[in-house]
Design a protein around this ligand. Structure first.
Ligand SMILES: Cc1ncc(COP(=O)(O)O)c(C=O)c1O
Ligand SMILES: [Zn+2]
Length: 430
């Protein structure tokens, strides 16, 4: 249906590992402007074939060699080893969206799953956006700790595991510091798909219990988070890698964060987003989501994105501060904020590019600030795991110099019930 040579000219990505993500979005924007003319026609054709208004022109595109693949291929990375991105045009029929159930699937035309029968869901999402006053200033906090498995990772898992079902895959592997593993295990259980989850040995016992109770095979790996990533790598050569950092469908789930914020702020983008930055799965998802909204003419500008890292493990903050193009090797130390302690973020260059492109910055917070924020949040009735409190500590830092008029959105990413031992220890120290 589409001239491939012409498409190729529309994707002149910068070659190089993980490079060209912003270029990718820009050129995809130009390309999609042309295909917009075809959209009405294509949607009616899809409906004729039982699809629900999903753009059929979507393509997996390698960020290293620019090769393109059909979304029907069972690929989580390019054969050249590069990261795959997804060229996909989202549509936002507001009047239809308003009438749908309050779940992340209400943005159906913006989620790259072809058939409704493929959808694996617990009716998750559309989490409350509540105001919180901090240092005398108001911030909007998205309550993503209220997802079915207790963290925002369900956004990515719902969409990624739906894609797994659509591809007819029956076994997946994943590695995680805990929460992504819980989410992939739960949605695998929902879909009757076998999952094997690799985690660092020192992961919170609550998360380990949760993963196992969903029926996943748990692989506890001694050493660092990076040792766990290396251990899963071999398994991923045989089984489909439902990875929250490699697999692009995860990001097309986390992008729904942006759509919900936009709707909850009465169809407007905030000025600033303050988000965690470990592997950056929520941060990059939000960046993709707001770009899609801009491309569809729903907003004029994307928000400034501020990424929060732990000062015990802050390679992105260091790259930003020192103006580096590549993510530096760092000596990571243990931190209470286990979920953002990622020394080698897979899409690190994309995260760095996204933050720069948005006019944002990185902040880093230490464990004392994490504890203070955790106690503050609990005192206001929000029970968080320490990694989630780290983002709040970043908000607190940011507010010292913020404009009083600025509309700021941040997030509670994980529930406190996952980290009872750590929280008991923090209480014991008070
Ligand atoms: C509760 C919580 N918050 C934040 C993060 C950081 O997310 P990301 O690695 O996507 O930046 C994680 C990751 O596991 C998490 O579990
Ligand atoms: Zn490639």
């Amino acid at each position: 249906m589409i001239d491939t040579e012409k498409e190729k000219r529309n994707f002149p990505f910068e070659k190089g590992d993980q490079g060209g993500f912003i270029g990718f979005l820009t050129y995809w924007g130009l390309f999609s402007h042309v295909v917009k003319q075809l959209q009405t026609f294509s949607i009616s054709i899809q409906q004729g074939f039982g699809f629900r208004g999903v753009n059929p022109l979507n393509r997996l595109v390698c960020s290293r060699c620019a090769r393109q693949f059909s979304p029907g291929e069972k690929l989580w990375s390019c054969p050249c080893g590069g990261l795959l991105d997804l060229a996909f045009e989202s549509v936002f029929p507001i009047e239809k969206i308003k009438k749908r159930r309050p779940t992340l699937w209400r943005y159906r035309e913006a989620i790259p799953i072809l058939k409704d029968e493929s959808i694996l869901t617990f009716d998750e999402g559309f989490t409350p956006l509540l105001p919180l006053v901090l240092n005398g200033k108001e911030v909007w906090m998205k309550q993503d700790h209220l997802f079915p498995t207790g963290s925002y990772k369900d956004r990515g898992a719902s969409v990624l595991m739906s894609k797994v079902k659509e591809l007819g895959i029956s076994r997946v592997v994943e590695d995680s510091s805990g929460n992504a593993g819980c989410a992939i295990a739960a949605y695998s259980a929902r879909g009757g798909i076998r999952s094997e989850i690799y985690v660092p040995e020192n992961t919170s016992p609550g998360k380990l219990a949760q993963i196992e109770s969903y029926g996943a095979v748990l692989k506890k790996i001694p050493g660092s988070r990076e040792d766990t990533a290396r251990a899963v790598w071999e398994a991923a050569q045989k089984d489909y890698y439902a990875s929250h950092s490699w697999n692009v469908y995860f990001f097309h789930g986390t992008k729904t964060f942006a759509f919900e914020v936009w709707e909850q702020l009465e169809w407007k983008a905030p000025d600033t987003l303050i988000l965690p930055a470990g592997n950056g799965t929520l941060l990059l998802g939000a960046f993709i989501g707001f770009n899609e909204l801009m491309e569809a003419g729903m907003i004029r500008e994307i928000p400034k994105i501020v990424g929060v890292q732990s000062s015990h493990c802050a390679p992105l903050a260091k790259a930003f501060r020192e103006g580096l193009k590549d993510i530096p090797k760092i000596q990571a130390q243990d931190t209470l904020a286990e979920g953002i302690a990622i020394a080698e973020p897979v899409r690190g260059k994309q995260v760095l590019e996204a933050v720069k492109k948005s006019g944002g910055a990185f902040l880093s917070v230490n464990d004392e600030e994490v504890k203070r924020s955790l106690r503050f949040a609990s005192g206001k009735g929000f029970y968080l795991e320490p990694t989630a409190a780290a983002t709040l500590a970043g908000v607190s830092q940011y507010l010292r110099n913020s404009d009083p008029e600025e509309i700021i959105v941040s997030v509670f990413t994980g529930h406190g019930l996952k980290a009872t031992e750590k929280i008991l220890k923090i209480l014991g120290e008070a």
